[in-house]
Design a protein around this ligand. Structure first.
Ligand SMILES: *[C@@H]1O[C@H](CO)[C@@H](O)[C@H](O)[C@H]1NC(C)=O
Ligand SMILES: *[C@@H]1O[C@H](CO)[C@@H](O)[C@H](O)[C@H]1NC(C)=O
Ligand SMILES: *[C@@H]1O[C@H](CO)[C@@H](O)[C@H](O)[C@H]1NC(C)=O
Ligand SMILES: *[C@@H]1O[C@H](CO)[C@@H](O)[C@H](O)[C@H]1NC(C)=O
Ligand SMILES: *[C@@H]1O[C@H](CO)[C@@H](O)[C@H](O)[C@H]1NC(C)=O
Ligand SMILES: *[C@@H]1O[C@H](CO)[C@@H](O)[C@H](O)[C@H]1NC(C)=O
Length: 362
């Protein structure tokens, strides 16, 4: 594992040195959209952030779906440069998000985001993107079932959010809350959807009052605790087996959101004294993030490489690492420092442009 990691890092560094275009270009000529590249061998996750006045795609004050965690402008964020960046892959162009085309392509379909609050972040961004494209169409919200659902009725498209911190089960037993690494019961609900976008990581390393379980069960063995990276690997493997055995991937697209990074340690952008994102107003230029990829992403990649059915990694880690400027910091309804989630409008819109590319414009 370690050697493999080092090997990856070296490969990564060579690639970066060869391809990174230093500095953020800032010309309005980038605004014009060239034809999306049809070549499928372009890695759309390799690239850099460019200033583009035509962004953001929508006005967040007109979007009725943003919770107080993410509504940065409403809660006083006044610097707006962070809204005007577009992700530019090195080897091709991304299609601009076309909400109407998205809804037409998914007529009659159900799209579900499954995971923790980073899934909520992407879910609300997608709702804003679609709402902005068809502001006068009929939109109905269902809150009576266990997962919020927003239905674009004119297109019969349902967008759903299934809250699951760890994907595998936590069961309440006499001894306490038991995290069952081999058990995934909610899959019976998920497998009926047409697009599934999974994410889990940020609750795996929590300890103390924020740890959502008391014991861990592997097979018949119950443990007080175990190495969190190993537990994460086992749980994702359970999820992968479920995809292989239960999901009909000829009908259902399966996407894994990848690892969303936080920005509490300025060492990663050469400001070692910085301990939060409160002063950050611009992305890191180029394609290089000095602290490299989080270990959790290697776990995700390892599990995905063993899965037999097609699963797309929405590989948003590096492009998000470069966006130290895109978090709410204290501009949220809680006034607490948040350098983990992302402002809406903002970075999750790019995740959805990449999702759009992955499922429609492949
Ligand atoms: C891009 O241009 C804007 C306004 O034209 C300016 O405020 C900003 O500093 C520039 N950003 C970069 C990265 O050069
Ligand atoms: C939720 O309520 C609506 C009407 O308010 C109903 O049509 C729908 O079937 C309900 N959904 C579930 C899952 O109960
Ligand atoms: C920040 O990251 C650096 C390099 O990984 C590490 O040495 C340092 O301890 C970290 N600082 C904090 C406050 O966690
Ligand atoms: C955030 O960082 C600034 C300095 O960069 C510091 O003054 C402030 O106390 C920090 N706030 C929190 C809540 O950590
Ligand atoms: C990219 O990051 C690595 C690791 O910190 C560093 O050694 C290298 O010089 C950086 N490359 C560029 C082009 O900035
Ligand atoms: C995800 O992106 C990182 C950084 O660009 C890259 O090193 C890694 O190989 C990518 N993973 C996959 C599965 O494409």
């Amino acid at each position: 594992m370690r050697n493999f990691q080092r090997f990856c890092c070296v490969l990564f560094a060579i690639f970066m040195i060869a391809f990174s275009c230093l500095g953020l270009a800032n010309s309005s000529s980038n605004v014009k959209w060239r034809k999306p590249n049809k070549k499928s061998n372009c890695d759309v996750y390799q690239g850099s952030w460019l200033y583009d006045e035509s962004y953001p795609i929508y006005d967040s004050s007109a979007c009725p779906f943003i919770r107080k965690e993410f509504d940065c402008i409403k809660y006083g964020r006044s610097d707006q440069l962070y809204l005007h960046y577009r992700w530019q892959p090195t080897a091709c162009d991304l299609p601009r998000f076309d909400g109407q085309k998205f809804l037409e392509s998914f007529q009659g379909k159900k799209i579900m985001f499954i995971g923790d609050s980073l899934s909520l972040n992407q879910f609300e961004s997608l709702l804003c993107l679609l709402h902005a494209a068809v502001p006068n169409s009929n939109i109905r919200e269902e809150k009576n079932n266990s997962f919020p659902t927003v239905i674009f009725e004119d297109y019969e498209v349902s967008i759903m959010l299934f809250h699951s911190l760890l994907l595998v089960d936590i069961e309440h037993e006499d001894m306490g809350r038991v995290l069952k690494l081999d058990s995934l019961k909610d899959g019976n609900i998920w497998k009926d959807m047409d697009v599934l976008v999974f994410n889990t990581w940020h609750w795996w390393y929590r300890r103390g009052p924020k740890q959502p379980w008391d014991f861990v069960q592997v097979g018949d063995t119950i443990l007080k605790d175990m190495d969190r990276m190993v537990a994460f690997h086992k749980a994702l493997t359970t999820w992968a087996k479920w995809v292989d055995s239960d999901v009909d991937t000829s009908k259902t697209h399966v996407i894994f959101q990848g690892i969303s990074p936080s920005h509490y340690n300025g060492t990663a952008w050469n400001e070692p004294e910085v301990t939060n994102c409160s002063k950050e107003t611009q992305p890191i230029s180029g394609s290089n993030y000095s602290s490299g990829l989080p270990l959790a992403l290697y776990v995700v990649e390892d599990v995905l490489s063993r899965i037999k059915k097609p699963v797309h990694l929405l590989n948003i880690t590096t492009l998000s690492q470069l966006r130290k400027d895109a978090h709410p910091s204290s501009y949220n309804g809680f006034k607490a420092m948040d350098c983990t989630h992302w402002c809406i409008a903002g970075l999750p819109d790019t995740w959805n442009e990449l999702l759009y590319k992955a499922v429609i414009n492949q």
